[in-house]
Design a protein. Structure first.
Length: 81
């Protein structure tokens, strides 16, 4: 290998730097990651609702129950002070 094999054009270096910075931003940008995860969850739930509506309803009821228990626990904790 000669020294010429390791030369990089400025355009290529800029492109590689931009790709690296975008990858870093994607990893540390929490709101963006949460948004993507939320979108994936919505798509998966929509597919589940289309395929198995009863399972989707059961999931909604379960989540509502968990939220209710959580709210009840917080209210009870605050009220007992």
């Amino acid at each position: 290998m000669s020294g010429d094999d390791f030369r990089v054009t400025p355009e290529q270096a800029r492109r590689e730097l931009a790709e690296a910075l975008n990858a870093i931003e994607d990893k540390i940008n929490v709101p963006k990651r949460v948004g993507r995860a939320t979108d994936r969850a919505r798509r998966r739930f929509a597919a589940l609702a289309d395929e198995k509506p009863a399972a989707a309803v059961a999931g909604i009821v379960g989540v509502a129950g968990l939220v209710g228990v959580g709210v009840w626990a917080v209210v009870r904790s605050v009220a007992s002070r």
